[in-house]
Design a protein around this ligand. Structure first.
Ligand code: ATR
Length: 278
């Protein structure tokens, strides 16, 4: 029987996950297809019932459901509980188990340019499900993390949650104040801002991306992969910074998902080669 997997998101149709996962299934000889499940919030309950009855063997969770999906799962692993967000669901004979592979994806992506994150300072823009996972991954590696978000309370909440878990001071504040920071090792853009193609020229976050601001960092990472060359990455490249583009985190988090679903090591090169992002 052909197993079914997919991505739960809204919108989902532009996702690159199907191309990457289908190439991986083919490469290792597993009979499976990976589809898009574009579901509105009011239909999530129906979708979860469908996963169990069809059955769908597992699915990725993307924007904007990484936190909301927790209400629908039967079990979550310890890291999902700590992070407060889930991007991977495994259907174990009708029991839906939640995992998070974003934190590993972010660390492995950064490791391409920084081998050891221990003691490094990082500024994270955004306080959604992805930011939570990235902050967790970096803190676990021993990095110092500051989180800034348009909605300040959300940044503070992450900082408070993780201060308790990691037993150390973590700053959470308003995006407007990110200007005030001194030099830092790593800047991570983890909002969904560039994905909204309309009117982003007037967006407040763009104002932060001046040469003067970006110059405060040694490494610049953007999690957005459409477009791959975001305005931030462009500025960073012009300044000859080390950059990590959104395709890297996409790849590494997908590889770990593949391993969780199949128990087989992911064919990383095949997955990277399948991505049309170059
Ligand atoms: P994800 O699962 O990818 O983290 P999310 O949970 O929907 O997605 O979070 C999106 C993040 O992008 C949030 O931090 C959001 O800020 P708010 O918490 O204030 O909503 C941020 N974001 C989205 N559009 C933005 C914009 N135009 N300017 C600044 N931040 C933005």
């Amino acid at each position: 029987m052909v197993q079914k997997y997919g991505i739960l998101a809204y919108p989902a149709r532009h996702s690159l996950s199907p191309v990457i996962h289908n190439a991986a299934f083919r490469a290792v000889g597993i009979k499976a297809v990976y589809e898009t499940f574009e579901v509105t919030q009011k239909d999530i309950g129906d979708f979860v019932r469908r996963v169990k009855s069809e059955p769908i063997s597992g699915f990725s969770v993307s924007l904007p459901y990484k936190e909301l999906i927790l209400d629908y799962l039967d079990e979550v692993d310890e890291e999902v509980r700590k992070i407060g967000a889930c991007n991977t669901v495994v259907n174990k004979d009708g029991v839906l188990c939640g995992y998070n592979t974003d934190h590993l994806g972010a660390v492995l992506a950064l490791n391409e340019v920084v081998d050891n994150l221990n003691g490094r300072s990082a500024v994270i823009l955004g306080a959604g499900g992805s930011s939570r996972a990235i902050a967790y991954g970096l803190l676990k590696e021993g990095a110092k993390v500051m989180i800034f978000n348009r909605t300040e309370e959300k940044a503070r909440l992450i900082a408070d949650d993780f201060s308790k878990i990691f037993k150390r001071e973590i700053f959470g504040g308003s995006l407007i104040d990110v200007w005030k920071i001194e030099e830092s090792d790593i800047l991570i853009q983890a909002t969904s801002v560039w994905m909204m193609d309309s009117s982003f020229s007037e967006d407040p976050i763009r104002g932060l991306l001046t040469i003067e601001f970006v110059n405060k960092f040694r490494v610049v990472m953007d999690i957005v992969y459409k477009p791959l060359m975001t305005p931030l990455i462009k500025t960073a490249m012009d300044l000859e910074k080390m950059v990590v583009m959104g395709d890297k985190m996409l790849l590494y988090q997908a590889a770990e998902q593949f391993r969780l679903w199949t128990g087989v090591e992911a064919p990383l090169e095949v997955m990277a080669g399948a991505s049309p992002l170059k």
